[in-house]
Design a protein around this ligand. Structure first.
Ligand code: A2P
Length: 324
């Protein structure tokens, strides 16, 4: 099982950085346990994964850090620079003076001197005392000061603690608002995207603005509190998969990749970690893509936990700026 880091293509973004188009996601609630997480990451590094996605709120930063240290010890990689590591600012740290300390804490947990990408996790803040506990009390939801929080993100970039900065779960309207005052354009907007939630409008907008899109929950995040079986159980996808001799998961990942979007997939199963990598030596036909474009749309992540009459978003439409 030799290392084959060259099998995952990279896409150049933000001038100087390249993102491996397939990444390993670590958002799982309840947490799978540090040993399972670490072993799955090490296995994926052996297979050629080089892009890893974590967040302060996932509890996975320490396991990812341990896996990176072990991969270096085992010489699965020769330098940390071979990896692309993303982490995210949790909402309770979404206050200007808390951004830098939050990134420093993430770096400490990861055992790294820098990360490749730091994202604002959601376009909303929580009172600092909320901490990283989820679920949280809705009375702690407060508006995010985009201008000042983004300035603090820019400072993290200037200090070299993160090579790039970006956002997650931002709509076109919220990006417009952020871009009004930003000096650095977000490198990435990481959002839910799958054949069941195709994000046509947002992708078009991001392309125009030079913001790379990264997809999360490409398989529907089955088994998580926000997940759905409907992606992997979708009949149209099953038919395409069967006709091509691929799995539904591979069809989903290939479909995202063919849209110029990088994709984060999670698996803690060795065979499926390998299966998810096998999407680069075949293509979907125009007919397949047409069939997928006709699939009725249904968002998985509702963000309902951020909806409160006393907060900045009183409905899911206000959070996403569209009907979901
Ligand atoms: P498992 O860890 O048992 O493989 P997403 O990436 O959209 O968040 O979805 C993650 C979920 O999909 C997990 O429950 C994961 O379970 C499952 N999964 C990951 N890869 C595959 C695959 N190739 N086939 C079926 N299920 C998969």
């Amino acid at each position: 099982m030799g290392s084959s880091s060259n099998i995952i293509p990279k896409v150049r973004v933000g001038g100087s950085s390249s993102i491996p188009v397939l990444g390993f996601g670590t958002a799982v609630f309840p947490f799978v346990g540090s040993e399972t997480m670490k072993e799955s990451i090490l296995h994926s590094i052996r297979l050629g994964y080089r892009h890893f996605d974590t967040a302060a709120v996932y509890n996975s930063e320490p396991s990812l850090g341990e896996a990176i240290a072990e991969a270096l010890c085992l010489r699965l990689i020769t330098s940390r620079d071979e990896l692309f590591i993303t982490s995210k600012l949790w909402c309770s740290d979404g206050h200007p003076h808390r951004v830098l300390p939050a990134l420093q804490t993430s770096l400490q947990k990861l055992g790294l001197e820098y990360i490749d990408l730091y994202l604002i996790h959601f376009p909303v803040s929580l009172k600092p005392e909320t901490g990283h506990e989820v679920p949280f009390n809705k009375e702690n939801i407060v508006p995010m000061d985009f201008k000042c929080v983004w300035e603090a993100m820019e400072e993290c970039h200037r200090l070299g603690l993160t090579k790039n900065i970006g956002v997650s779960n931002f709509s076109c309207k919220k990006l417009d608002q952020l871009l009004l005052t930003s000096n650095i354009t977000p490198m990435v907007n990481q959002v839910e995207m799958s054949p069941l939630w195709q994000q046509n409008k947002l992708r078009e907008y991001c392309e125009k603005k030079g913001i790379h899109v990264t997809a999360y929950s490409p398989l529907g995040a089955k088994g998580t509190p926000w997940g759905t079986n409907q992606v992997l159980d979708c009949e149209v996808l099953k038919e395409i998969a069967e006709a091509r001799g691929k799995t539904v998961a591979q069809v989903c990942l290939r479909w995202v990749f063919e849209h110029g979007v990088s994709v984060l997939v999670k698996s803690f199963n060795k065979e499926r970690i390998k299966e998810n990598l096998e999407i680069f030596d075949w293509t979907l036909s125009p007919e397949d893509c047409h069939k997928i474009s006709q699939i009725p749309q249904q968002k998985g992540v509702s963000g309902v936990e951020f909806i409160w009459d006393g907060g900045p978003y009183k409905s899911v439409i206000e959070l996403w700026d569209e009907k979901i």
